[in-house]
Design a protein around this ligand. Structure first.
Ligand code: FBP
Length: 320
């Protein structure tokens, strides 16, 4: 895949973020999502690719745009794309931190077609990725992470989605002595935070969306971190949805190379609301400022991009 495409994908996530940032705090998560989807879809068609959406807004009959299987782009390399035009719809609707616009792209077949189910997840950085296991007791994983990072368990910070289903997990982490950051939504950006050094976060644990899991895996391929993940298949209907996507081993523990096996991965995200990785979208009359990250595994580079999108007004004033 042409690595220059990364800057084209930057435009896609920037415009999705700007569109939904206008709705921040309006309390209408569906509208926030819809404007992000529409903006992402529109800009995607200006990108020089023959793209196929493999993770998107749903099946063709339930999503008018960015549905699974939809063709996007104005022609070029055949690539697969996973999108989440607004990850953290509630966060944007409430104006709380952590909402992002995000996509991952890869050479054909490089992103798992994951069903929209829940997924158990454990995300860690490069230092501890060989020392943990999804099925190990929480205390053992925390001891292993602490040892790898050369610190005590009570120095660790673990991010967990604040959900009733995590009651036992939260209690186990507390018993082991680690600290917890509970988040309302957004386990994708939380997973990225857990995999990078210097963020003050050392792991993400718990169950979230499988599509977000695939996007997290794409980021892990660039950050050299790891996601351990297993689909939550608890009903015959879930089994059917898995089979429809070619998945028959329902107990499989996936790692980043299973979820995002592509040789060339591009991950692009722009902050919508304030976040620990990126700032939110800021409107200042004569322009709009966005904060984004573009990660690639080939060439292997991580870029933080701060853009000022200047309006077409005369005599604009740019402030640094
Ligand atoms: P949306 O962007 O679709 O609102 O998802 C936000 C999110 O918090 C994800 O980050 C997470 O994986 C998933 O929802 C968790 O699902 P649930 O809210 O059902 O627990």
């Amino acid at each position: 895949m042409d690595s220059d495409l990364s800057l084209e994908f930057l435009r896609v996530v920037e415009q999705a973020a700007i569109a939904c940032a206008h709705t921040m705090g309006q309390g209408d998560r569906h509208n926030s999502d819809q404007v992000a989807v529409e903006a992402m879809r529109k800009v995607m068609d200006t990108v020089s690719i023959s793209g196929t959406i493999v993770i998107g807004e749903g099946e063709r009959d339930e999503a008018p745009m960015l549905y699974i299987g939809e063709k996007v782009g104005k022609g070029g390399d055949e690539i697969d794309i996973a999108v989440d035009p607004l990850e953290g719809t509630n966060l944007c609707a409430l104006g709380t931190p952590g909402a992002i616009a995000v996509l991952a792209a890869s050479d054909k077949g490089g992103l798992l077609h994951a069903p929209d189910l829940y997924m158990e997840k454990l995300v860690v950085g490069p230092t501890s990725k060989h020392a943990v296991h999804l099925d190990a007791p929480v205390e053992d994983n925390l001891n292993a992470i602490a040892k790898c990072l050369d610190r005590d368990v009570d120095d660790l910070v673990i991010i967990v989605l604040d959900r009733p289903r995590h009651e036992k997990l939260i209690s186990d982490i507390r018993k082991a002595g680690a600290r917890i950051r509970l988040i309302g939504d957004g386990d994708l950006s939380a997973g990225i935070t857990a995999a990078a050094r210097g963020t003050g976060v050392h792991a993400l644990m718990g169950t979230g969306g499988a599509p977000e899991g695939v996007l997290t895996a794409a980021a892990m391929r660039c950050l050299n971190g790891e996601i351990f993940a297993r689909l939550v298949v608890s009903k015959p209907e879930h089994e059917e949805r898995c089979r429809a996507m070619g998945i028959t081993d329902f107990k499989k523990i996936y790692k980043s190379r299973d979820l995002a096996p592509g040789n060339d991965i591009i991950f692009a995200a722009t902050g919508v609301t304030e976040g620990s990785l990126m700032k939110g979208v800021r409107f200042f009359g004569d322009g709009i400022r966005t904060s984004s990250v573009i990660m690639q595994n080939n060439p292997h580079r991580i870029r933080f991009i701060d853009s000022i999108h200047v309006t077409t007004k005369k005599d604009v004033k740019i402030r640094f």
